[in-house]
Design a protein around this ligand. Sequence first.
Ligand SMILES: Cc1cc2nc3c(=O)[nH]c(=O)nc-3n(C[C@H](O)[C@H](O)[C@H](O)COP(=O)(O)OP(=O)(O)OC[C@H]3O[C@@H](n4cnc5c(N)ncnc54)[C@H](O)[C@@H]3O)c2cc1C
Length: 424
Amino acid sequence: MEHYETIIVGTGPAGLAAAFEILRRRPGSPLLLLDKNEFSSGGLRNDCKMNFSWPIGFPEHCWDKATAEAYLGRVEAFLEPKILEKRNLERYELRAQKLGVDLLRVRQAHLGTDGGLELIKTLVAELKSLGAVVCLGERAKALRHEDSVLVTDLKELGYGNLIVAPGRGGFSFLQELMATAGVDFVDNIVDVGVRIETREEHYPIVADYYDPKFLFPKKTRTFCTNSRAAHVVQERYESPEGGTWYSVNGHAWSASRPSNGLVNFAMLKTVTLTEPLASGQAYARMLGLQASLLGGGAPIMQRVGDFRMGKRSTRAGFSGDLYDFEPTLASATPGDIGLLAPAKLLRALWNGMKLLDTIVPGLLHPSTIMYYPEIKMYANRPLFKGEGFQALPHLYLVGDGAGTSRGITAAWASGLRAADAILG
Ligand SMILES: Cc1cc2nc3c(=O)[nH]c(=O)nc-3n(C[C@H](O)[C@H](O)[C@H](O)COP(=O)(O)OP(=O)(O)OC[C@H]3O[C@@H](n4cnc5c(N)ncnc54)[C@H](O)[C@@H]3O)c2cc1C
């Protein structure tokens, strides 16, 4: 059986960061990075906006400001991002303040989906030159932690330390792993909302601030803004009870691509459940399945003009006159979000959109599209026993899947923190 001092599951930012740190500080240490995808570096492939300000991306149950900022400094020193300039924000800040809304000034960089792919190539080549074994297209399937053995779909591997960073997409693997290895966990929150798509002229703030972070009342916020060459996409999920559902998301190409004049971003509300149902995931899945049922196996889209009048959007009435741009996620089904999203959720989202339209007038133009659902699910939250997100001796669970991050830079910081703990 092959044996490595460190095995890392997942080549996303959390996994990469841990690998770099270990190999730089312990050159020659046998290290294997494993990813189920043939070509991966996880979420670095998606848009690659990077936020370098607390608390963006840092869950507060496992980070404090000082720790996060110290790690962010190291992330920035390594990635050397080109921080985007922000301009003319005073009038938006003033309006937001009057409405009890916060506009966070976040240090940001944006590579775009194409720029992210370039970064991945450079990082993976560098890692290999440091001696890492990078195994793509191999899936971690199970763990015999008492024997320090990881079982993949191809073989068994022995490890000294195991870092598991499978991202949000790997949450069911992580869930199973926690159950079999005996890691205690508590349930996690879920973020549910809509993705908004409109013309840039209806949301002009993006010319001055690439990904504006607004925090509204009722745990509602803007998230992941994309513009200039921006598209809405869908992600496919399987439910363990059977059935397929979709969450929407968004990305953009780098500034070198021609602009399509559109912008998209998510308006999300955080939901925390306690009893009798404490599973945010089960709740989110039901919402996703319900949307897929009414959408005929696709997400729903509705023009704001139709939503305001309380009527569904239809394919025939979806374009023309005021509805003057084509949706970038053309496969979404025109429909009625009011039939799908629970009232309390929809009220909070619509309230956030109205406040935003007062701060950046134009957003609620009749042509603006709302896509539903956008769901951010996280694995149950491990109860960490030691430094660096150690769940059991020699086992570290990090990144978005384990709930230690909600974005690229915080995932990178999480990987660094696990490496620090391993390196002592
Ligand atoms: C469309 C989209 C756009 C996004 N845009 C941004 C953005 O602009 N800025 C931002 O900060 N964040 C963005 N995010 C979120 C960001 O991608 C994540 O926060 C970040 O990538 C999390 O890093 P991670 O290392 O925890 O996991 P990931 O990056 O998800 O990486 C996990 C890796 O583990 C692999 N894996 C999973 N299970 C297994 C298994 N069983 N065996 C082997 N390998 C496995 C996966 O294939 C994947 O490569 C976006 C996400 C999406 C989906």
